[in-house]
Design a protein. Structure first.
Length: 113
């Protein structure tokens, strides 16, 4: 059985939603364009883990920045302030999370959202 991937265009790149089980989990591939970054944000319910597939991703987690390379993962517990960026080139991340698709509180955003 095949499922359809939903592509959601974002100002920083795109999300490819490949798994969606309402009330259970959500799986996405995030593609961040070179030089772009996501909003500084946190979630009130959602818990997520990001795994770097391609590129070098700058992850700011609770005010501490670190470069993550392919094969490295970062858990983002509920309430954790975080931001991901691609300063060195395009980045591809795998995101798995609890199913809370609309649980984003933006603290700072380059795109005025």
């Amino acid at each position: 059985m095949k499922t359809k991937t939903t592509i959601v265009k974002k100002p920083w790149g795109q999300e490819n939603i490949f798994a969606s089980a309402p009330g259970l989990y959500l799986g996405k591939i995030l593609i961040i364009n070179k030089g772009a970054r996501l909003s500084l944000q946190y979630h009130t319910k959602k818990h997520e883990t990001l795994y770097v597939l391609k590129g070098k991703c700058r992850m700011e987690i609770n005010g501490k920045a670190k470069i993550y390379k392919p094969g490295e993962a970062a858990p983002i517990p509920t309430g954790t302030k975080h931001r991901f960026s691609a300063p060195y080139g395009r980045v591809t991340l795998l995101e798995v999370s609890t199913y809370h698709p609309d649980d984003t509180v933006r603290l700072n955003d380059d795109y005025g959202r």
